[in-house]
Design a protein around this ligand. Structure first.
Ligand code: GLU
Length: 309
């Protein structure tokens, strides 16, 4: 077993010393207030060994990383019928792009671009009041993250409610194609709120463990999904988890991963570990700049890319 803690500590030191940190997202005003010098990294190996460094216990806005978990919940509800409403292909477009939706008649390319994640949220909402659906998502995160204190940052949700004009346009546009069942306001409200869940790297790495280990948490033995479903979610994370930066992430890091505009990335080393990194500054594709560099350094040092050394 490699000395994970030593590698994590080295990478945290290297990243903290860097001056190129990317740009903090400002289109959600609350996110613009986060200190760009924060950095956290947590790796949880299959045997439960935790290697942690930096600001790894500070909660941050998980934003689009929540889409991995809402996808898991929606697949649990409707199974493969979900794929009638959302595709599985990389979009090659920015996370909030509207252009493909017109050509594809309101069927989003994949569940990780904003339009696709709203379709997934719509599936979770159906038959429930927004409050119940949101409670279900939050309890799922608390269960997976093994921490009942995980919560929604209401200030972040409210700030996106105020300024999420483009997401509002996407949801309305899909509704015009009949691709959204519930009221647009309900879908947006639930979507903004699950994006505003706040978690630390430690909680997030814990929550991702089932993806690294065939659908089950190896410590608790809890089976979250069947192995085949975990494999498929990982495949989507690899091909679509970083929007139009997904190819670059696969090329450099070589692990399934999902980013969020809060600067977090959840990465999965199948059979080996669940990894969460956080650095608020983003690259032009909206993915954490230092987060990606840290994961690249980490997989290189350990030879953990799924594509080999
Ligand atoms: N709530 C954000 C949005 O819809 C999520 C985007 C992201 O994290 O990539 O714009």
């Amino acid at each position: 077993m490699p000395d994970l803690q030593r590698v994590v500590s080295e990478i945290v030191d290297e990243m903290r010393a860097r001056t190129d940190r990317g740009e903090v997202a400002t289109y959600i005003s609350e996110l613009g207030r986060v200190d760009p010098s924060l950095f956290g990294l947590v790796v949880i190996a299959e045997d439960g060994t935790v290697a942690a460094g930096g600001d790894c216990d500070l909660p941050f806005s998980i934003q689009s990383i929540s889409k991995v978990f809402t996808l898991t919940l929606a697949l649990g509800k409707v199974g493969d019928r979900l794929w009638r409403r959302v595709g599985k292909e990389p979009s090659g477009s920015p996370f909030n792009s509207i252009v493909q939706l017109e050509r594809e008649q309101g069927i989003p390319r994949n569940p990780f671009i904003n339009a696709g994640a709203m379709t997934v949220t719509d599936v979770i909402l159906s038959g429930h009041q927004p409050r119940e659906a949101l409670g279900e998502i939050l309890r799922f995160m608390q269960f997976l993250g093994q921490d009942p204190t995980i919560t929604i940052d209401e200030a972040v949700a409210a700030s996106e409610q105020r300024t999420g004009f483009r997401n509002r346009a996407l949801a309305n546009y899909m509704k015009s194609f009949g691709a959204i069942e519930n009221s647009v306001d309900y879908v947006l409200g639930a979507y903004f709120h699950h994006c505003a869940i706040a978690m630390s790297c430690r909680q997030l790495a814990t929550a991702g463990r089932f993806l690294a280990h065939l659908g089950r948490n190896p410590d608790t033995g809890h089976s979250v999904v069947q192995p085949e479903r975990a494999r498929r979610i990982n495949a989507l994370m690899l091909t679509c988890g970083h929007y139009d930066g997904s190819g670059e992430f696969a090329y450099r890091v070589g692990l399934p991963g999902k980013s969020g505009v809060g600067g977090g990335i959840l990465a999965v080393a199948p059979g080996k570990a669940s990894i969460a990194v956080w650095s608020p500054g983003l690259d032009p594709s909206g993915n954490s700049h230092l987060g990606r560099l840290a994961l690249e350094a980490f997989t290189k040092r350990l030879g953990w890319s799924i594509f080999g050394m």
